[in-house]
Design a protein around this ligand. Sequence first.
Ligand code: AMP
Length: 392
Amino acid sequence: MRIGVLGGGQLGRMLGLAGLPLGVQFTFLDPSEEACAAAVGRHLRAAYTDPEALHELARTCERATYEFENVPFQATAELVRSVPVYPPPPALEVAQDRLREKEFFRSLGIPTAEFAAVDSLEDLEAAVDHVGLPAVLKTRRMGYDGKGQRILMAPEDLQAAWEALTGPRTESSPLPTPRVEGLSGGLLAEALVPFRRELSVLAARDSWGEVVCYPVVENHHEGGILRLSLAPAPDLDPALEELAHAYARRALEALDYVGVLCVELFEVDGRLLANEMAPRVHNSGHWTIEGACTSQFANHVRAVAGLPLGSPRPRGWCAMVNLIGHRPDPAAVLRVPGASFHWYGKAVRPGRKVGHVTVCADRPEQLAERLDQLRRCGVPLPARAAAGLFRR
Ligand code: AMP
């Protein structure tokens, strides 16, 4: 079987690695010259919407999938006419629009922060009356890693935030000029959630409708980028974990989904609020390569290829640390017991995810010790890790 993948970054690369033992081959459609997934499959270098490239992908592959959610929806809509595309394109369509995503969660009885659509400065004033302050103003589309967002603390912040995301209004152009590349379809205002922590839940569904859920993970971001995931999330109330799994199941079933789905959540006052979903393998699931019986990548490939899913059971306690614009000495990292080093083969640039380190342990205290060891050999850990993540 050959799977065509829209996107050829590190997620594609790890899908390719997981497919190898299953005898599954890959073609990655990616416009970039340095698509790092090319190391594990064929690189078809063209624009995502290039009709000839899409035709070639459909002709040579038995299934298609995508590895980041900003691929043009049109490319999946085109492909699905001649080859099964998993996850189904409607999942991508919902996930590409933060407003539709929140409405989708609400329609399934999954709670979210208060939100309101914003298409003008007047809308923004009304939205803030509805959601209250502080709030977050976000672009509906194309935002990722915290890009395309502004925090609103006071009524005086509204105009500046609006202009920062849309460009100033002029006489000749009363409509906002999009500042964010690809922005169309306006903005969204949300109540700023005073969360205790951020969590995510990954689940997979196969073509028979069987679902497996991974343990809920605790995530730490800095500058809008994921830095650290702890799996399973320490001290999580089992009732909340059950709820997170129920939410993931509900979303999977509503979309008649096939593949891995990630739902990002806020834990606040003993409740869970859904923030967003990613219809693909996710950075907060990288720990599953070493830390779970079947990795998210293996389960995504299995689901897309029409094979049964494997167990999501964790093998112990794990932490995954992203390497962002920085390469620590792999030898030093690998001397830490239970540590694995993943390098994506990308050029190192500031702010760029170039690899990750996973460390596994039998007990939370042992994991905390190993994280300390990793910090000493140059693996960047968020400030809170220093305070002892497992001794809240
Ligand atoms: P997003 O692009 O929506 O995932 O947002 C990126 C990050 O911004 C999240 O991981 C949170 O840390 C923060 N964030 C987004 N929306 C909210 C919100 N409504 N309240 C508090 N923090 C938020």
